[in-house]
Design a protein around this ligand. Structure first.
Ligand code: CA
Length: 227
């Protein structure tokens, strides 16, 4: 699945230009014109990266960023702050509440996309090598290993594991997994997720290896070595 970027920006024209350019670059995009809606969409879609405007009508971007970064569920999502201000003071405040990067408007789309790519790489997206707890994946050769041994996976199990490896320990709801692995436009029953999780576990745990995919009751699944 293509990475999903959430734009939280109240200026409609700005948001449209961004959305157009990001989609042309191959990203999926959601847009929220207010902080409230942005926070809702974060819960609903668990985006891979957030572009956050500093000045929003209902809440400051700084406060939105703080809320994203204090929540264990969302704190690992990279946040790039977009602002018309450019003083050192603002920059320090933005980074102080955990923003991962900072772009001053007007910015070139080229520069912004370079920053997006760099921030996605930090969380393993766009990297060809992903690893966690003895599991290694190469997204170009489609090789998967556990403790050095090759593991064969079906295409859906591969995408599931890739999603988990992008954000280890994050609890993914079934809806979020459907969106990231199958795509939001395809109708798939939530039980299908359970079936493919079962297959992924079976392949990963072959040879009586320890199970690393936790089931969190009524919440979803996580790739997590700490029980
Ligand atoms: Ca604004």
């Amino acid at each position: 699945m293509k990475p999903l970027i959430l734009i939280i920006e109240d200026e409609h024209a700005q948001a449209q230009i961004l959305q157009y350019n990001l989609e042309a670059e191959g990203y999926r995009v959601k847009h929220a014109p207010t902080a409230d809606e942005g926070l809702l969409l974060i819960q609903e879609y668990s985006p891979n990266l957030i572009l956050l405007d500093w000045m929003l009508p209902d809440m400051s971007g700084i406060e939105v960023c703080r809320q994203i970064k204090v929540n264990p569920e969302t704190k690992t999502i990279p946040v790039i702050m977009l602002t018309a201000r450019g003083t050192e003071d603002d920059k320090v405040r933005g980074l102080g509440v955990g923003a991962d990067d900072y772009v001053v408007k007007p910015h070139s789309i080229k520069e912004l996309i370079a920053r997006i790519k760099a921030n996605l790489r930090k969380v393993g997206i766009g990297n060809t090598e992903l690893s966690y707890a003895g599991i290694e994946m190469n997204t170009e050769t489609y090789r998967v290993r556990r403790d050095g041994e090759n593991i064969k996976l079906g295409p859906t199990e591969f995408r599931l594991l890739k999603t988990f490896l992008g954000r280890p320990q994050k609890v993914w709801s079934r809806t979020q997994l459907l969106d990231h692995v199958w795509g939001a436009d395809i109708y798939v029953d939530e039980r299908t997720v359970d079936v493919h999780i079962g297959r992924l576990r079976k392949s990963l745990n072959r040879g009586k290896r320890r199970n690393l995919i936790r089931t969190i009751r009524s919440a979803g699944y996580a790739l997590d070595q700490d029980d």
